[in-house]
Ligand binder design. Structure first.
Ligand code: HH2
Length: 297
């Protein structure tokens, strides 16, 4: 299958930025959690985050996703005040310096509003804007500030979601959830070109569920909004490579990102930007039919 747009909106508008989605875009992950940086105090932490974000943009990141709360299985929730302290100074500093859309990865409505005021132009909510007040905050930001929204599917909550995930038909149920979210957001007045959908790999899903979803990507990519896929360093990659530890999953992650793009994903959320960029570049260079409807990265 080529990487043509399958009838999907070919533009993503994030505030003042417009991203053409005629080729897959790379979203670099910037985690601002205590274990992501050597801790030399808050000034030091902001400096390290800025350096990492700059490096990812130099390597080819088209967007940066900034998160202050880990949503790894079993992770404990972070208080609003702490999440604020982690992400807002970084968003403020990056928005004056970098010319790429900044996404904030949060489930909290207060932080959504404050992050947008600080310069974020994409709200990425792994909870699909279901927390109290999140829907209103996201819709208002989208309508009034032109901010883009990424609605992801998750079953359960990060603390317990991997205990007993259950579906009759995971691809159908996730597809229905995403379609409903999309329709409701459009009905609430959010323009289609400000929307991304995400099946939420690893969020209340067993390996079998993740595989079924991956196989269904061409169908999910056809729901009417561009698809974001995040499989980078996740346990499914580790499991498929024989219990590979997290620090050795980058090659597998780049290949999985490429396969997701081939199946229709338009935004790839990754840790290893350079590796993903290279995988895409080789795909475009070496696969003649990839040129149909797409430009070289
Ligand atoms: N996965 C994680 C966090 N945010 N957002 C979207 N839209 N899609 C994802 O798949 C997704 C996401 C996983 O988060 P975590 O386990 O905290 O680690 P990391 O942020 O390093 O990926």
């Amino acid at each position: 299958m080529g990487m043509d747009t399958q009838g999907v909106t070919a533009i993503l508008r994030c505030g003042g930025h417009q991203l053409a989605l005629d080729r897959p875009r790379i979203m670099g992950i910037l985690n601002i959690t205590p274990d992501s940086f050597s801790d030399g105090g808050s000034y030091h932490r902001v400096e390290q985050a800025l350096a990492h974000a700059r490096a990812m943009v130099e390597q080819g990141a088209d967007l940066i996703d900034i998160g202050g709360e880990s949503t790894r299985p079993g992770a404990q929730p972070v208080a609003l005040e702490e999440e604020r302290r982690r992400v807002l100074p970084v968003i403020e500093a990056l928005s004056t310096e970098l010319d790429v859309p900044l996404s904030v990865d949060t489930m909290k409505p207060e932080l959504m509003r404050e992050a947008v005021a600080a310069g974020a132009t994409l709200l990425n909510d792994v909870n699909g804007f279901r927390a109290e007040g999140a829907w209103e905050a996201a819709v208002a930001a989208a309508r009034e500030k032109g901010v883009a929204l990424c609605a992801m599917h998750m079953q359960g909550e990060p603390q317990s979601m991997q205990q007993a995930p259950h579906y009759e038909d995971v691809a159908r149920e996730v597809g229905e959830f995403l379609r409903d979210r999309r329709e409701a957001l459009v009905r609430a007045g959010v323009p289609g070109e400000q929307l991304l959908l995400d099946p939420g790999f690893g969020f209340g899903k067993t390996l079998e569920h993740n595989l079924a979803l991956f196989h269904a990507l061409p169908v999910l990519a056809d729901l009417g909004s561009p698809l974001l896929v995040g499989v980078s360093r996740k346990s499914m990659i580790g499991a498929l490579l024989g219990d590979r530890p997290v620090q050795e999953r980058d090659a597998g992650s780049a290949i999985a990102a490429l396969l997701a793009a081939q199946a229709g994903a338009r935004v790839l959320r990754v840790h290893d930007v350079a590796g993903t960029r290279d995988a895409l570049a080789l795909y475009f260079a070496l696969t003649p039919q990839a040129w149909r409807g797409s430009r070289q990265p």
